[in-house]
Design a protein around this ligand. Structure first.
Ligand code: SAH
Length: 343
């Protein structure tokens, strides 16, 4: 019988039954074969190179109340901040000087604050015509998405978190639905954004069936970017006592997703490196091809604690480490915008 892995590589998909076997398997040699196949696929598309994205956490003000997230509205232990246009541009400038050609502005869900970002995006676009501007600002009114796009934003990250409606409802406040999330993603795509989705691994109550539904959604929507990281409890949230998700399962998902969607831009996430020493490189060797060093101002870092233990290293320092790690594995940085390309 043809091996499961051969079927995945040939068909770029698997049956639910096979996915369950793969996700639940504890067979180390199967895991290693999967990892190697995914690494080879990534190398065939991108070479032994990774793209960088400079992350700027522009604001922790949030109207939303996601049960897992440390900057949820109900968390009174957060000192709320919003960076000024000048602070944002200064940090973009720092990232630019270190060779970064994608800036990611991420923050809480805050439509009023995001209104002000329209002008900031236009300023970034004017100052650096060639960079990619990525936004990660949650669910916003569609006309605001449109104005951000018009101002020059190229990409938008909006993880779906979990594709199963009942599971989604347990992780989010009343009224938030996966249907609305997907409506936002479809609109973002219609507006011409490269769109990113993805899920947390090992979030409370997650089953293998939930993860299979996530993979089916990714296969169906075919996002340009796919962000996957382990759930990590944050002590001031209602889910703060749940265990963290498994880094090994996260790596396995990078590999499966790479084989299903070979051209996708897949970051080796900060949450993964938080849970696993050497996780950043392990992610790359499992099929990821993007790393996102943090260029937020150091004095705001502790206020953007979406999960506990989030590293506070500055982008400059991280960049040095990344270069060393990559070089030791025969990899290097590809110093370009790194847009989605169909190979
Ligand atoms: N407010 C924006 C972006 C900020 S949160 C939005 O909703 O998209 C960015 C991502 O961090 C979320 O999509 C979620 O997947 C992840 N995240 C939040 N809390 C987390 C936790 N406790 N553990 C792991 N990842 C978490």
């Amino acid at each position: 019988m043809e091996s499961l892995l051969n079927r995945l590589m040939r068909d770029r998909t698997l049956s639910d039954k096979d996915l369950r076997v793969l996700l639940e398997s504890r067979d180390a040699s199967l895991a290693e074969d999967l990892r190697r196949a995914a690494q080879e696929t990534a190398v065939s598309r991108f070479g032994k190179q990774v793209y960088l994205r400079g992350l700027i956490e522009w604001s922790n003000v949030c109207r939303n109340d996601c049960l897992y997230c440390g900057i949820r509205r109900s968390n009174g232990n957060v000192a709320r901040y919003t960076l000024t246009a000048r602070e944002i541009l200064n940090n973009c400038s720092r990232a630019w000087d270190m060779g970064l050609r994608t800036f990611v502005l991420q923050g809480g869900e805050n439509p009023r604050g995001a209104e002000d970002l329209v002008e900031v995006v236009a300023q970034i676009r004017a100052q650096w015509p060639d960079v990619a501007i990525t936004l990660s600002l949650g669910e916003l009114p569609f006309d605001l998405y449109a104005r951000l796009r018009q101002a020059g934003a190229d990409r938008f990250l909006l993880r779906h978190e979990t594709a199963t409606p009942e599971h989604y409802a347990r992780l989010h406040p009343a009224g938030m639905t996966i249907e609305h999330r997907l409506g936002c993603l479809r609109e973002l795509r219609r507006l011409g954004f490269q769109t990113g989705m993805g899920m947390m691994v090992g979030s409370p109550w997650q089953t293998t069936e939930n993860l299979i539904a996530d993979l089916r959604l990714l296969e169906d929507f075919r996002p340009e970017m796919i962000g996957i990281g382990p759930f990590i409890p944050q002590k001031d949230t209602p889910l703060g006592e749940f265990p963290a998700g498994s880094p090994e399962l996260t790596l396995k998902l990078y590999s499966i997703v790479r084989l299903m969607l070979p051209d996708a831009l897949i970051p080796s996430t900060t949450a993964l490196s938080t849970q696993m020493a050497g996780g950043r490189l392990a992610g790359i060797l499992a099929g990821a091809n993007v790393i996102m060093p943090n260029f937020s101002p150091m004095d705001r870092r502790e206020d953007y604690s979406i999960y506990d233990g989030k590293p506070a290293a500055d982008g400059a320092e991280t960049l040095e480490k990344i270069k060393e790690e990559l070089a030791a594995a025969g990899y290097s940085i590809n110093p370009v915008r790194g847009d989605y390309l169909q190979h």
